[in-house]
Design a protein around this ligand. Sequence first.
Ligand SMILES: [Zn+2]
Ligand SMILES: [Zn+2]
Length: 354
Amino acid sequence: MAKTMKAAVVEKPGVLVIKQVPVPQISDEEVLIKVKYTGICGTDWSIFTGKYSADKLPLIPGHEFSGTVAQVGKKAKGLKEGERVTADINMSCGTCFYCRKGQKLMCRDFHQLGIHIDGTYAEYVKAPFDQVHRLPDNLDFLTGAFVEPVSCVIHSSKAARITHGSSVAILGSGLGALHGALAHLRGAAPVIVIGRNPRKLAIAKELGADITINIKEIKDPVAEVRKLTEGRGADFVVEAVGTPQTYEQAFDMVRPGGTVVAFGICAGDDTIRIKPFDLVLGEKTVASSCAGVGPDWSDAIALLAYGHIKPQCMFSMIVPLEELEAALRELRSDPNLSKVFVSTEISKREILSK
Ligand SMILES: [Zn+2]
Ligand SMILES: [Zn+2]
């Protein structure tokens, strides 16, 4: 086993360098994983620019990944070298009030691989053995690197408890397209996805949306959703953009007695204006979710392996690790790009879909 490996390190805000670093040393309870692919996530941009986790730098980001078990700690049960895996990135103390309540995302010592501790923009990463999930044979490495975002959307879908025949409007057509896929699987109708990019809206349709609304053509999506729901508003509205304006729209768009699903991440000091009067008289519910955790991961793996969710139309390209910073910038400037993966094993980018 080599002692050093290639990794992308954010040394300080705005400074990302590709360099040799020590291969992580595993404890008895940990597993070393040779990384195959890592999907680029919006969080990586926030880490790169210092908006998120700035106190953790220098850090190797990267958290949506697949790989192969390279080394197994002495007390790491149930895993063998060579097995294809991904890993639940959410770690907690296990003993605090929240952990005992089964709410590990609220743990005071909550930390995530690739966000608070070193992640997968590297040749190797280590993870506690009980966080590691095997990928079944019918799940390829690329789709395996997409389990994390699907697990987040599944967590949100479970929190929302979307029911058969209910109308669901989704603000946002990035991960919003996946929310549409999940709503469709839960038997919702109609599933309405709202966005501004024709290509992403087409993907949303492919994944299960019944209707898409392009806000460049239809200026008032709230009125449009009311029109589509006999004037009531949708039974469920998922906010998957993360701006105060779209959160306010979500509360306007949901029908009395309906549920707003909070998913999009705003800035820490953003605030919204809602009328408590409407909330109380309309008996509106808010369901929130911040990440996929525990069983959400195995559920995501099952749905992907059996093709109940087919996200491959969202996969744009694979770039070599050396092009990570360029790809982070391209994702900001090119609205047609969806999922971009990073590999340490290639030297030229591979285009997957246009
Ligand atoms: Zn992510
Ligand atoms: Zn805890």
